[in-house]
Design a protein around this ligand. Structure first.
Ligand SMILES: [Zn+2]
Length: 238
């Protein structure tokens, strides 16, 4: 591939555009409505404290969509690049597991993982499966301490995990090709990542794959407009 060799440290920042291309709603604007609630009313610690069953019902609806969705050609292409032996790390804002199901192994989830549930008290975790989802009516409770499980994702008003941010920063510091794909780049701290990488390495090549121009377009070597499941595979096949 024209921009890459075995020395290249390739980092890819991915966001909602990837999942949307696999049929997963973005949960923004009209897309975010569920039974007249919007995401900002449900994805908060306050909402969970007030009505854990309602929040879980929404997550079960979302989980069902995720578990039935399939990786698209954009996901598959990134996994294929990794299979070819390139040094590639994905930093994703998505909470679904479509990158992993496509075959990517080096994936950092900035906002947590929707398939995981975490005990609010002892931190124990489990992974949802379709069977489990279909056979669970109530709010799941921890077998060790009897507290509620919550989705293991970052909610509004919560901070991102410090160690995860540090891992991303460490990776960006050594990155020489950065791809930004399917993300509007307006949510911090991710919005800052390309600028940080550029400061560390002014000769870095940044390629952007989005439906529209974003705040990082001005520092990108190239912005390729279009949906990631079309633009990414053709970029890598050069
Ligand atoms: Zn527990």
């Amino acid at each position: 591939m024209r921009e890459f060799d075995q020395e290249t440290k390739l980092t890819v920042i991915t966001g909602a555009g990837f999942s949307q291309a696999s049929g997963i709603p973005t949960f923004r604007g009209k897309d975010g409505l569920w039974k007249n609630y919007n995401a900002a009313d449900l994805a908060t610690p306050h909402a969970f404290k007030k009505d854990p069953k309602l929040v879980w019902e929404w997550y079960k609806w979302r989980l069902n969509i995720v578990l039935n969705a399939k990786p698209n050609t954009g996901h598959l292409k990134l996994a294929e690049v990794e299979d070819q032996g390139y040094d590639i790390v994905l930093l994703t804002q998505n909470v679904d597991d479509l990158h992993e199901r496509a075959g990517s192994r080096n994936v950092i989830h900035l906002h947590g993982e929707i398939r995981q549930a975490r005990c609010v008290c002892c931190g124990d975790r489990f992974s949802w499966t379709i069977d489990l989802l279909e056979n669970t009516e109530d709010v799941p409770k921890c077998k060790s301490c009897n507290s509620f499980y919550r989705p293991d994702v970052v909610w509004f008003s919560e901070s991102l995990n410090h160690n995860i941010i540090q891992n991303c920063v460490d990776r960006l510091t050594i990155t020489n090709v950065l791809i930004v794909a399917g993300t509007s780049m307006v949510v911090y701290p991710v919005a800052e990542f390309p600028f940080l990488a550029k400061r560390q390495n002014p000769s870095i090549k940044i390629f952007e794959f989005n439906l529209d121009y974003t705040p990082i377009s001005k520092i990108a070597s190239q912005t390729i407009l279009g949906s990631v499941e079309k633009t990414l595979p053709s970029f890598f096949s050069y």
